[in-house]
Design a protein around this ligand. Structure first.
Ligand code: ZN
Length: 325
């Protein structure tokens, strides 16, 4: 599977599904896993909640030391393959969950099913968003902004980050655009958990970066940036951090069945995805176009128009590429 993906879809990254790791842990660790709820909870946290590499490494070390698993074959192999499954190492990657031993055809089928499911989820989500009349719980101005622009599910995720943000304070070491966002009760945090995060203000507040990397991975601001926005008196989520696909009007731009083709969607960032959709649609046009002379002329007229519109854009792209090199 991995080799096939490297040849057929070189721009994709093959990652393990977290459920694959959890299932293998259950099979391989025996009583340690099945008889200890505490171990299961901690193992689950390592897989799901580690934001940074240092948090992951500390939590993993603590776990294998405490349960005497440093020489356990499964744990050793799983750790060696951590880049394939640990969230902290794939923050900037678009992930597809595919069963083990899948063929390439099955992979493509899964991909299509995922897209269909997403469209169905968005239908349901749009309905829920129209129904929801929930009032803001914290009433931070930035939360009210999120309430106005986001879909119901995204707003709820944002509220979770606001809840966490309320436990942080701001410490500023210099006059520069860098802030330290510190947990107010570090003694209550787990040993592996970071209690300080560096947040940088970019271009006078046009955007923000946090070392936890949550925004890059999920497209929703992390609690550290949200806390800083509140500290600085910023009342709205900066435009640079509003992903169109999470907003209520995401579907106004394209018809519902094409909603996931939004320019800013992670799917559209994949050249492989764009190529596959173009090939499918081109074949569809060829089948329709050869029906008779009239349909042939219509298709050819639009192909000529598309070529005319594309030429200057492609020429400019090539020039830009050469300049960069
Ligand atoms: Zn953060």
């Amino acid at each position: 599977m991995r080799a096939a993906l490297e040849i057929e879809m070189p721009e994709t990254t093959h990652l393990w599904c977290k459920w694959h790791v959890l299932r293998k842990a259950q099979e391989s660790l025996g009583p340690v896993y099945t008889q200890s709820g505490v171990f299961r909870d901690r193992f689950y946290k390592v897989i799901n909640e580690m934001l940074t590499v240092d948090e992951f490494e500390k939590a993993w070390d603590d776990l294998i030391d405490e349960y005497d698993l440093r020489k356990n074959t499964f744990m050793v192999r799983t750790y060696e393959a951590r880049h394939m499954w640990a969230k902290t190492y794939s923050k900037d990657k678009f992930c597809l969950h595919v069963e083990r031993n899948s063929s390439m055809n099955h992979f493509v089928e899964q991909y299509n099913i995922m897209l269909q499911n997403r469209a169905m989820e968005e239908d349901t989500e749009e309905h829920k968003t129209k129904q929801v009349k929930k009032l803001s719980k914290y009433m931070w101005p930035v939360e009210y902004h999120a309430y106005k622009i986001y879909t119901c599910a995204t707003y709820n995720l944002f509220c979770r980050e606001i809840d966490k943000a309320s436990r942080y304070v701001i410490a500023r070491n210099s006059a520069g655009p860098l802030y330290e966002v510190c947990h107010a009760y570090p003694e209550k945090r787990e040993r592996w958990a970071r209690v300080k995060f560096q947040v940088a203000v970019i271009a006078d507040g046009e955007s923000y970066t946090c070392e936890c990397g949550l925004y890059t991975h999920f497209g929703i601001l992390c609690c550290h940036v949200i806390r800083l926005l509140n500290f600085l008196g910023v009342n709205e989520i900066p435009k640079a951090h509003i992903m169109k696909r999470w907003t209520k009007d995401a579907r106004d731009v394209l018809p519902p069945h094409l909603a996931f083709y939004q320019k800013d969607s992670p799917t559209m960032q994949s050249r492989t995805f764009r190529n596959r959709v173009l090939v499918q649609n081109s074949l569809d046009l060829a089948v329709k176009g050869d029906t008779n002379i009239d349909t042939y002329e219509i298709v050819m007229k639009h192909i000529a128009a598309a070529n005319k519109e594309l030429e200057p854009i492609i020429a400019a792209a090539h020039t830009g590429h050469r300049t960069r090199v």
